[in-house]
Design a protein around this ligand. Structure first.
Ligand SMILES: *Cc1c(COP(=O)(O)O)cnc(C)c1O
Length: 375
């Protein structure tokens, strides 16, 4: 089976991890500090906090934004469930804005219609690696006094109008799960351009501990003293995994280039095929392609999915509109809420997309698509 996504780990990655295992630090040490600096350089953020997963990054980002009971978060249904469920974890109400028909990214006009004086965060997702319309969304956020969160689990290394993902929103989250564009096994990060948000993110991921004497309520308790003012969790990424992250970041430009080649090879192989539609790229973005979201028309997605799986091709579907998970159904949300997201989901088929694919693999996948679509 050709998998739809897979990590690329080479000898330089292995050596970086082994070095840490032989050293004095396993958890929060110099490799974490270096990885966070490397992420800041790449993303254009002024502060990055590494965490244990993309889901943890979202939880930390919403907590840093001050999201709590009574607050609303406006987000996209075309994402992995964690973009929305991590806001629920903090007691917020989630509102789903429909997506743009072509990119499947959150539609700024739909967001504008849903923002109220209870909205605290607008959370978009760079679906497949294609950045959200950051300028339009930032305009809404600044006009309405809300924060923009960009879930960039698919898009580390993408740019929007020449600016890197990580510098576009108030808060950006990354995931380093093995199927993403780079990996730390499990892992993630929060990036921000706002020092206060960065400090709050750091504190939340570190149990809420206050260790700076100037900020303590009881500074004279003793030299051992540390205290907690607001609760947090332990979401610290270990040094062992941060070292893998730094090593993978060195390879990210090569990963992006190979993903771009595969994107073009699929487009050339499938461009003339009736019954499918190829993914969109807007002129002002330079995506790292995390997914290749083919659209299978005329209600034939399931049939093509099953034929390709039988052919040994690990196709996937990304994603069920989030409000159709029973978690959200049980809150009263219903199928059909976001028509563009429903239509996209009904057609979407993710072809294998990762740097381990050879040109022959890509051609084999494309041949399988053609056979399945022609029936
Ligand atoms: C993978 C993913 C997440 C969650 O990341 P994990 O590291 O798996 O917890 C969140 N949002 C999106 C869009 C994702 O693709």
């Amino acid at each position: 089976m050709i998998p739809y996504g897979r990590q690329s780990v080479d000898e330089s990655d292995i050596a970086a991890v082994v070095d840490v295992l032989r050293g004095d630090w396993l958890t929060t040490g110099p490799a974490v500090a270096r990885f966070e600096q490397d992420l800041e350089r790449l993303s254009g953020a002024t502060r990055c906090v590494s965490v244990t997963s993309g889901t943890a990054a979202l939880h930390v980002a919403y907590a840093a934004a001050g999201v709590g009971p009574g607050d609303e978060v406006v987000t996209t249904p075309m994402t992995f469930v964690a973009t929305a469920s991590s806001a629920l974890a903090l007691g917020a109400t989630v509102r789903f804005a429909d997506v743009e028909e072509d990119t499947a990214n959150i539609d700024p006009a739909a967001v504008d219609a849903l923002v109220t004086d209870r909205t605290k965060v607008i959370a978009g997702v760079d679906y497949a690696g294609h950045p959200i319309e950051a300028d339009a969304l930032n305009e809404i956020a600044s006009r309405t006094g809300t924060l923009l969160l960009e879930d960039a689990a698919h898009s580390i290394g993408s740019t929007y109008r020449g600016r890197p993902v990580g510098s576009l929103a108030d808060l950006t989250t990354f995931s380093f799960f093995p199927t993403k564009n780079m990996t730390t096994a499990e892992g993630g990060a929060v990036a921000t351009t706002d020092a206060a948000l960065g400090e709050r993110a750091h504190r939340f991921h570190f149990i809420g501990l206050v260790r700076d004497r100037d900020e303590m309520r009881h500074p004279d308790e003793g030299p051992w003293h540390q205290e907690v003012h607001e609760w947090g969790l332990n979401y610290r990424l270990p040094d062992v995994l941060a070292a893998l992250g730094t090593s993978q970041l060195r390879r990210l430009a090569a990963f992006k280039a190979r993903r771009a080649e595969i994107f073009v090879r699929y487009a050339e192989a499938l461009g003339d095929l009736d019954g499918v539609r190829l993914p969109t790229r807007r002129d002002h973005v330079d995506p790292i392609w995390h997914l290749y979201p083919l659209r299978v028309l005329e209600g034939r997605r399931r049939e093509v999915f099953e034929a390709m799986r039988a052919d040994g091709i690990g196709v996937q579907v990304n994603y069920l509109p989030v409000y159709r998970h029973p978690l959200f159904e049980d809150l009263g949300l219903r199928r059909g809420l976001c028509p563009n997201a429903e239509a996209f989901y009904a057609e979407e088929l993710s072809l294998p997309m990762h740097v381990g694919l050879t040109d022959d693999d890509v051609d084999r996948v494309a041949d399988s698509v053609r056979r399945a679509v022609r029936g």
